[in-house]
Design a protein around this ligand. Structure first.
Ligand code: CA
Length: 230
């Protein structure tokens, strides 16, 4: 399947030029003109790579990079930054934040394409050593952030995935609602809201996991655990 590239850039001419050239190279493209859309598309569309201009209106590219790396769903998506010559220090910050590479404007399409291919190749190598967990019919790929039951993909929200991942990592152990809320949502709330938030997500998660939902065991008045033995 063709790899999908998300272009985050507010300059329409550059977007057009990139879309044209990347399509010619056999990629699929989609584009976002600001940070908010970029985060939204990155999480919903699962691009294989993100080209991220650092100069954006509103939320700047570095903030976008940080937010992408923080979110489980997008954390492993490779990022190539577009920087201006005057942004030398931003480039370093971006790499520290987890961007994979950068290209300085004005850039040649050939150079950018070569970088894209190299980054995608490295990402694939990483995938091979990815952490994949199999529990009966349930397969969870922690680095690709995919879940399947009986080979059918299961679409989870970021929070549902976090919840499943946290339960899997602690499999066999009971985790309290407070612990789950703290780890996944990281905020304090009134007791009834706390309980509800976790419970509501557990409910939708169970529904989506179908036959494998039995693995999520309720420990009354306390929390949940994931049963890893059949
Ligand atoms: Ca720009």
């Amino acid at each position: 399947m063709k790899e999908k590239i998300l272009i985050v850039e507010d300059e329409k001419d550059i977007v057009k030029m990139l879309e044209y050239n990347l399509k010619k190279e056999g990629f699929r493209t989609l584009s976002a003109q600001d940070g908010e859309d970029a985060l939204d598309y990155a999480s919903r569309e699962h691009p294989d790579l993100i080209i991220l201009d650092l100069m954006l209106p509103g939320m700047d590219g570095l903030e976008v990079c940080k937010a992408l790396k923080k979110e489980t769903r997008t954390a492993s998506t490779p990022i190539i930054m577009l920087t201006a010559k005057t942004q030398e220090s931003d480039k370093v910050v971006g790499l520290e934040l987890g961007a994979d590479d950068y290209v300085t404007k004005p850039f040649s399409v050939r150079e950018l394409t070569a970088r894209i291919k190299a980054v995608l190749r490295r990402a694939k190598e990483k995938d091979k050593t990815a952490e994949i967990l199999k529990l009966g019919d349930l397969i969870v790929d922690l680095s690709r952030i995919t879940v399947s039951v009986k080979d059918k993909p299961v679409e989870l929200t970021a929070k549902e995935f976090e919840l499943l991942k946290t339960l899997i990592k602690a499999r066999g152990r009971v985790l309290s609602r407070d612990y789950l809320l703290d780890t996944i949502w990281g905020f304090d709330h009134a007791i009834d809201i706390q309980t509800r938030t976790v419970d509501v997500h557990i409910r939708t998660l169970r529904k989506k996991l179908k036959g494998e939902s039995r693995r999520i065991v309720t420990v009354k008045n306390y929390g949940y655990k994931l049963e890893h033995e059949d």
